[in-house]
Design a protein. Structure first.
Length: 116
């Protein structure tokens, strides 16, 4: 197994374990920029991929120092998704950090809809 394949498998395991706590989680692959928000300014940003979504949450792997109850902004490259969210769960597994964040307000154009 290549190093890249092993890393992908670890990431998949980390995020899928967190997704088990969200029964409505649907697998998606949406590239986004995540920006951590602090009271005194920007806490850094990174490109990542939303691996799972629910009507109100996004789940992704991050290298940012995100913590439970932290705030972040999620946006895709074309600007059709630009939302603030609160971290509701963090799971560290084999050096990877899986994050679940709940949108602060309803996102009308979010791809995962209730009951779908």
């Amino acid at each position: 197994m290549t190093r890249e394949a092993a890393a992908a498998k670890q990431t998949e395991s980390c995020i899928s374990r967190l997704a088990q706590f969200f029964p409505d989680a649907t697998p998606v692959r949406i590239p986004v920029r995540v920006t951590g928000m602090e009271e005194m300014g920007d806490a850094g940003s990174e490109q990542t991929v939303i691996e799972y979504g629910t009507p109100r949450e996004v789940l992704f792997v991050s290298r940012l120092p995100l913590e439970f109850a932290g705030r972040l902004r999620v946006e895709n490259s074309d600007g059709s998704l630009r939302a603030e969210a609160d971290v509701v769960a963090v799971r560290v597994h084999n050096g990877r950090t899986a994050v679940a964040a709940r949108f602060s307000t309803e996102v009308s154009n979010w791809i995962v809809k209730p009951g779908l």
